[in-house]
Design a protein around this ligand. Sequence first.
Ligand code: NAD
Length: 435
Amino acid sequence: MGKICVLGTGYVGLVTGACFADLGNQVKCVDIDRAKIELLRKGLIPIYEPGLEELVRRNQKAGRLTFHTDYASGIEGADFIFLAVNTPSGSEGESDMTYVLQAAEGIAACLNRYAIIVNKSTCPVGTGDRVAATIKRVNEKAEFAVVSNPEFLREGRAVADFMEPDRIVLGATDNGAAQVVADLYSTFNCPVIITDLRTAEMIKYASNAFLATRISFINEIAAICDALGADVKEVARGMGLDKRIGSSYLDAGLGYGGSCFPKDVRALEHMAAINGCHPQLLRAVMEINRDQRHIVVQCLRQVYSSLEGLTIGILGLSFKPDTDDMREAPSLEVIHLLQVEGAKLKAYDPAVTVTTAAKMLRDVQICSDAYSAAEGCDALVVVTEWNEFKQLDKRRIRELLRKPVIIDGRNIYEPEEMEQLGFIYYGIGRGQHNE
Ligand code: NAD
């Protein structure tokens, strides 16, 4: 069993630390955010992620998982140092490497024995070499290897995804180091790809860009379905049953969001452009995604001549179900566009707390359930496909709304049923705009 240090205790770092501890390793998690570490030491989880709290508490209790704010005590005795810090978008769409390079400098200052530095943060191709050069610059005697180990977990299913991955990707210049990291995952029954650093880094970007492309593809098809009177849900089903295509990431809606797809597609486009490529497909993917956010205002304009003074209810603030993460959530843009039109906003999300919402939104009344969000509204918009929205008492919703207008931004309802119930219903690509 290994001695592991994980730098960064966000969605990726905390899940990585807790899961490796659960597999029997000795894990120290380090974060520069003192308040977060204080909470974690008390067994409290700063994020909403199913199963994580129990996992953290169990391993803390067993003495396999500890939390630190200083690198020296976190790195002391570690055989593996995992980097799981954030890599946000820079102003030109590039990946901002500030936190990764700060972490590399911090490691260099404390490294007094051989360790393998494993990068799980999504970083531009070439980062492995940059991390190695940074460590050498700060501490020329440091003995280490750098391995890229991109993470593919999905928020909302992070623990299960970590424990049952489709594949493990490892990139290194030192094949032996990659092999030692592979041993950490030896209990998992999945293929392990060992390749060079740059290829491993590229696999992560290409995977996310491909999934984002599928979403934008089906959204473009949805627009065409609307124009031609076809139903995109049936089209996607018909396509997805083809084994060459598959059904995942073929749900038309208000577009992708979150802390990964938007920034990773932007970063790949940036990397391509500055290296002399012409990434026109990636640009189209981003453009289609941007357009999807306008659909809500476009539908409302078909019912109301002006949105000034209307009250609109929003169901779902997180970027997808089963998470409280609102980073680049479609809700943010949809709400902004409605506010620009002069509408007043009410919203409800099952996981996003009032405090989190207040950090990201202005002048939105946060409600305690879907019914109070609908009450007195001129329209209700489904932005996130939480399960609890699928089984709402629709008659009650209809009675609570001032006018029974529903914009189903995730196609969770059936147009025919909604119309029979007396709603003015708009889905995405359900062929209604042709009627
Ligand atoms: P996050 O913002 O939730 O967490 C990052 C943490 O790192 C924060 O707690 C921050 O305080 C800490 N941090 C920043 N600088 C630090 C430093 N120098 N030393 C120690 N801690 C530091 O981020 P996340 O969502 O966990 O993502 C981390 C990385 O993993 C990103 O590169 C992201 O693209 C990638 N990733 C994320 C997901 C996901 O679903 N969230 C999935 C796969 C890959």
